[in-house]
Design a protein around this ligand. Structure first.
Ligand code: CA
Length: 424
């Protein structure tokens, strides 16, 4: 889904009191626990909120007819709240994520679809400068080539989330844009289906991305991201171009690090010319020299120092602009490579990949904090601060400083804590 950052979701999940308040209210409203007077009071609150929203929409230039039609039947959707509150029990591991998304069947289908739509994709490339294999990769990852575009009423889902105080302002703005899209005649309120968070159509644009970047590539007067492939590819390419995509560059590549490589240099924010990485001993996975292109690159280790290393370019940042998950960005790049006939990753898979649970991560964060480091509020979610604190800890105790949350580092932290309490 475009533009919903993992970090911001994490921060919001931490505001537990608001969530508890809303969920309690939700239970009453949605009749899971029947309490007639409270339910009636809550409905009145929603109705009052909706009246206010309708006034704002009218002031914002949306027609009365659209407001009446689109918001006539709207009520909070319990399932949207449930999905919004859902917290995964385990952390996502690299191979599990990648293997689920870049399957042989998906690669095969992507190649066929690229061949089928080659003419269209090349016309889109000529206008916006995005290579067909990347457009097909985004399309495959966002909706399995249009198979899954989400079955929620976008207006209903966004109204539910806008009414929730935790991210009310963000979703209220999205709801206004959704009404604008209907008002402009691109899609009817009824046909405007999407994900529980309001991501729409075959490349899952949220309404503000649609307003800013969707295009009418087939020229029928409507921007249709649900059914028009020209509009879908054109819009994805136009958006990528706006967020810095370079059509003459690829996303990155898997590389081989030299023995004794300083892991501190593996950092998305640390960019060097490819030639500088070559001088530091980094090579292609087959041992050959790196490309002689005048490009800035960063080295990343999304599965820690034991996993594959990647050298990533500016387009990798554009993918992160679309969706801030590093695993998502690697999946987009790798699927695009496989579509082009490049091989699977060369780094061997670990025999087993045991994911850390939220509880494990919370213990890790608590132990890091007790050492005077700053992993953020212990919430069981690994973010940038937790990674930075892990890196510092690893450096302090002489472990490979990759900032990767593994059982190895959790065990070391537990042992350090045990030693400290015994006064060693
Ligand atoms: Ca169109």
């Amino acid at each position: 889904m475009a533009q919903l950052s993992k970090e911001s979701e994490k921060n919001l999940l931490m505001r537990v009191p608001a969530f508890v308040r809303f969920f309690a209210a939700g239970i009453l409203t949605f009749g899971l626990l029947t309490s007639e007077p409270a339910a009636a009071a809550r409905d009145q609150n929603f109705d009052a909120w909706l009246q206010d929203l309708k006034q704002e929409a009218l002031r914002g230039g949306i027609s009365q007819a659209t407001i009446d039609l689109a918001l006539a039947e709207v009520t909070p959707i319990a399932r949207v709240i449930e999905l919004d509150q859902k917290q995964p029990e385990f952390t996502q591991t690299f191979w599990n994520y990648l293997d689920k998304r870049v399957t042989p069947a998906r690669v095969e289908r992507a190649r066929k679809l690229l061949a089928t739509h080659r003419d269209l994709l090349q016309r889109v490339q000529a206008r916006y400068g995005v290579q067909p294999r990347f457009l097909v990769s985004f399309w495959g990852l966002e909706s399995n080539f249009g198979d899954y575009t989400g079955g929620f009423s976008v207006i209903g889902a966004l109204a539910t989330l806008a009414y929730d105080e935790r991210r009310g302002d963000f979703f209220r703005a999205q709801l206004m844009d959704a009404l604008r899209i209907i008002d402009q005649g691109h899609i009817s309120a009824q046909a405007m289906q999407g994900s529980w968070a309001g991501a729409m159509g075959q490349v899952q644009f949220i309404p503000s991305t649609f307003m800013g970047h969707a295009v009418d590539f087939d020229g029928d007067g409507r921007r249709d991201l649900w059914a028009s492939l020209p509009d879908i590819f054109g819009s994805a390419a136009n958006y990528l171009s706006a967020i810095g995509w370079r059509g003459d560059e690829t996303w990155g590549r898997e590389v081989r690090l030299p023995k004794g490589f300083d892991l501190e240099l593996a950092d998305l924010t640390l960019r060097k010319p490819i030639a500088a990485w070559q001088a530091l001993g980094i090579r292609r996975v087959d041992g050959e020299d790196l490309p002689r292109a005048d490009m800035q690159a960063a080295i990343i280790l999304p599965a820690g120092y034991k996993g594959p290393a990647f050298m990533v370019y500016g387009n990798f940042r554009s993918i992160l602009n679309w969706n801030r998950s590093i695993l998502y960005a690697v999946a987009v790049g790798h699927l695009a490579d496989r579509i082009a006939g490049l091989p699977s990753l060369s780094t061997a898979r670990p025999e087993s990949e045991r994911p850390l649970s939220r509880a494990d991560v919370e213990v890790m964060q608590t132990l890091l904090a007790s050492r005077g480091l700053d992993p953020g509020t212990p919430d069981g979610v690994v973010g940038a601060r937790t990674r930075a604190a892990l890196k510092t800890y690893q450096r302090q105790v002489g472990m490979a400083p990759d900032g990767y949350p593994s059982f190895e580092v959790l065990d070391a932290l537990r042992q350090s804590a045990g030693n400290a309490s015994r006064g060693d």
